[in-house]
Write a protein that binds this ligand. Structure first.
Ligand SMILES: Nc1ncnc2c1ncn2[C@@H]1O[C@H](COP(=O)(O)OP(=O)(O)O)[C@@H](O)[C@H]1O
Ligand SMILES: [Mg+2]
Length: 268
């Protein structure tokens, strides 16, 4: 049913929300199987919108989006057989994990996908146990997801996606709000999943972790275009680029001189 080598192919994709808010302009990209890609850009540059388009949650009339060999459209995602199969292959962890948690315990949340697919109970239990131990979720597996902290919710959302063992993972700001140890665990997990051959696309504005989680980075400008695409080490050493797109502000340090006024000094 699905093509194998090219995972996503976008041609001249633009997108505006119904409110008229522009979110993407002139996006051309191709992502192959097994790639690890970081999407970098300031707030509002269009990263989350791109992930929603890749996942068939939003559709555009501007340009075409091919995923796993199929042009994504409202019509094709409306086909239950296709969308079921597609959602199994492409897992998406939202920036706001709340939006995807609705079961009464963490364990049920993680089991939800496999149960929907009608897997035998023993198989469901095995997979759920595996995912719980992989993400160290034992201590809250019987608690309601909505009573967890933001970081914990994010892990549960990731666990509920991993239980279906998708080939493609779209992770929206996965490390935001995590403590250092949990963040380290997540970085290792991303490396492990990538090592297992999965295609991983991660948005972040945490430049510190990009080289650890990606072999390719794409940089969005604040006017919603992809303005750079290449190895993270190369893009991250391009200070002009990063300043232009509002990802770093290294030269200005704020100094409070007295209670009444502030100065901004340039340092080199
Ligand atoms: N649901 C929405 N309705 C209207 N505008 C939106 C919505 N979501 C995002 N936007 C707008 O689209 C642009 C891109 O947003 P987004 O993709 O969320 O950026 P990022 O994830 O890079 O912070 C922003 O200008 C944002 O305000
Ligand atoms: Mg976002």
């Amino acid at each position: 049913m699905f093509g194998d080598e090219v995972v996503f192919e976008l041609k001249d994709v633009g997108f505006s929300y119904p409110s008229g808010e522009n979110a993407l302009e002139g996006v051309n990209l191709s992502i192959g199987r097994g790639e690890r890609v970081a999407l970098l850009g300031a707030n509002g540059s269009g990263k989350s919108t791109l992930l929603r388009l890749l996942n068939g949650l939003l559709f555009t009339k501007e340009g075409t989006i091919e995923a796993l060999g199929h042009v994504l459209s409202e019509a094709i995602m409306g086909n239950e057989e296709f969308s079921f199969a597609f959602r199994r292959r492409v897992g998406f962890v939202f920036q706001k994990a709340d939006a995807q948690l609705f079961n009464s315990t963490v364990r049920e949340e993680i089991a939800f996908g496999p149960v929907q697919l009608g897997w035998p109970e023993a198989e469901v239990n095995r997979v759920v146990d595996d995912v719980i131990s992989m993400l160290n979720l034992e201590r809250f597996s019987q608690r309601p997801p909505f009573r967890l902290s933001g970081g914990e919710k994010r892990l549960v959302a990731l666990a509920s996606v991993l239980s279906l063992n998708p080939d493609v993972l779209l992770l929206d700001e996965p490390t935001g709000g995590l403590d250092p140890r949990t963040q380290r665990m997540l970085i290792r997990l991303i490396q492990q999943l990538s090592g297992a051959g999965k295609t991983i696309i991660v948005t972040t504005h945490d430049l510190q972790i990009v080289e650890e989680i990606a072999d390719r980075a794409m940089v969005f400008s604040e006017d919603h275009r992809i303005v750079a695409d290449g190895p993270p080490s190369k893009l991250l050493s391009d200070r002009d680029l990063l300043m232009r797109v509002n990802l770093i502000d290294p030269q200005f340090h704020k100094h409070v001189h007295d209670g009444n006024h502030r100065h901004y000094h340039s340092h080199d």
